[in-house]
Write a protein that binds this ligand. Structure first.
Ligand code: ZN
Length: 121
């Protein structure tokens, strides 16, 4: 990520707003843009960085690693929410067909585990 301060690139400027929507937009002229120094705080690692960037929206991440990390975190979060939703659905389903016998069995199992742990040490 990031660009060298000496890098520049040509961007196409279209004649007007509707020109871009045309099937074969005609480029009116090209403009050379230069990177400028941008100081920003990385949304992933929280470090303040100053990097050479092309003008536009300020960067959110300082490196490919941070961008990747943020993407993975988002995926994890999505999966977690999905699981929670699924578990909530299953739990409400379980309430409908409540079986007290099963609950009693579970409690007695817990008690046994607790009693056993008392013997250790
Ligand atoms: Zn970062």
């Amino acid at each position: 990520m990031g660009v060298d301060r000496h890098d520049s690139k040509l961007i196409d400027i279209y004649g007007d707003k509707t020109a871009k929507a045309a099937p074969h937009p005609r480029v009116a002229y090209q403009r050379e843009i230069h990177p400028r120094q941008v100081t920003f705080t990385c949304a992933q690692c929280g470090q303040e960085k100053t990097q050479w960037r092309y003008p536009g929206a300020p960067p959110r991440y300082c490196s490919d690693e941070c961008q990747d990390g943020a993407r993975r975190a988002k995926t994890r979060e999505r999966v977690r929410r999905h699981r929670e939703k699924k578990q909530a659905a299953e739990a409400s389903e379980g309430e409908k067909s409540d079986e007290p016998a099963e609950k009693t069995l579970q409690v007695s199992l817990w008690l046994r585990v607790e009693n056993n742990s008392n013997y250790i040490g």
